[in-house]
Write a protein that binds this ligand. Structure first.
Ligand code: NAP
Length: 313
């Protein structure tokens, strides 16, 4: 009585591949589902310029995710652009507070993914938006024809370097070891483009006046510091899970902040499930995030059926 909160069976925090898939499966189980999209962190998938390892799909990450979200809303899931600020458990129900509203849910799936990791060197923070970027697809255009550096040796760094080369940047890759971490398929694409690599080198500082002008590096093998003139530094050294939202719920996380889940994507808190890059799963791919999302939705459905069946009958 008097409580005008919108009620859902299942609320999904996140609208990346894990969240969108959980929404598709949740509504198809007959649940009333809402899934929430935030700008920070944005889904890593939307920033992926070319998808070559999602079976049956060819295109960019934005298009793929758009199709997933449309599929979820077509079946009746409610998509909301609201920032989830707090989740609390009150008895059997969850209260989800966003920047705009407060909602009630019987179960929650956390699919918040991760945000870019920072190096933590002088100049990095100061030059964000003035040459330091964490997203080549967002900012690469500003640096066509200019000399730019990508930091990192994983799939993201290699993809970004390829993308920047394709759009006409004079790009080099800077990596702290003498071999790349990226999958072999990405490596062949990368090396075939003859993108120069500065090996065994760690960034020390980023310098400039109004905008980035150079990066100072330390070569670990030669034990010497040197600098390279660049107009932009694209940092792609991995992600950190965006899981602060679960701290008040008592959801267990590992030492790096990833949510601990079992094979059913259950967390230690009944009614709270997690899926995708925010979990302590071994492989962080769009396809595995989708799998996690489907499993999490199934587990949430079983949980709601078991816990609330008396209320529904
Ligand atoms: P990642 O695989 O964790 O690689 C991070 C890279 O940054 C590594 O090469 C690492 O060096 C380097 N690095 C880490 N900290 C550093 C520091 N402080 N200074 C300098 N270099 C540093 O991260 P990611 O490439 O962002 O990928 C994240 C996850 O998403 C991975 O599981 C990846 O497979 C997945 N992903 C998949 C695709 C795809 O399949 N299409 C695309 C993008 C990302 P070391 O190698 O020495 O550790």
């Amino acid at each position: 009585m008097g409580d005008e909160r919108e009620q859902f069976d299942l609320i999904i925090v996140g609208a990346g591949p894990a969240g969108a898939t959980a929404a598709i499966y949740g509504v198809r189980y007959g649940l009333k589902v809402a899934f929430f999209e935030t700008v920070d962190p944005v889904s890593q998938l939307t920033l992926t310029p070319v998808i070559e390892n999602f079976p049956g799909f060819g295109g960019n990450g934005f298009e793929l995710l758009q199709k997933m979200k449309e599929q979820a809303t077509k079946f009746g899931a409610i998509h909301k652009f609201e920032n989830v600020e707090k989740i609390t458990k009150n008895g059997e129900h969850f209260t989800i507070k966003t920047d705009l509203n407060t909602y009630d849910a019987k179960a929650v799936i956390i699919a918040t993914g991760g945000r870019h990791r920072e190096i933590g060197i002088p100049g990095e923070k100061e030059f964000v938006g003035k040459g330091v970027s964490y997203c080549a697809t967002c900012d690469g255009n500003f640096f066509r024809g200019k000399k730019v550096a990508v930091i990192g040796g994983g799939n993201t760094a290699v993809e970004e370097a390829i993308y920047l080369k394709e759009i006409g940047c004079d790009v080099m890759l800077i990596h702290r070891r003498d071999e790349l971490r990226a999958d072999k398929a990405y490596q062949s694409e990368f090396f075939s483009r003859k993108i120069p690599v500065i090996w065994n080198s760690v960034p020390v500082k980023i310098e400039g006046n109004e905008v980035v002008e150079r990066i100072v590096l330390y070569n670990k093998v030669e034990n010497k510091e040197f600098s390279m003139d660049v107009s932009a530094v694209f940092i792609a050294i991995g992600i950190t899970p965006a899981t602060d939202i679960v701290s008040d719920l008592g959801v267990e996380r590992d030492s790096r902040g990833y949510i601990k889940v079992n094979k059913k994507q259950e967390t230690n808190v009944p009614g709270v499930f997690a899926a995708g890059d925010c979990c302590d799963n071994p492989l962080k791919q769009a396809i595995t995030a989708c799998g996690d999302g489907a499993v999490a939705a199934n587990s949430a459905f079983e949980y709601i059926k078991m816990k609330f069946q008396k209320d529904n009958s």
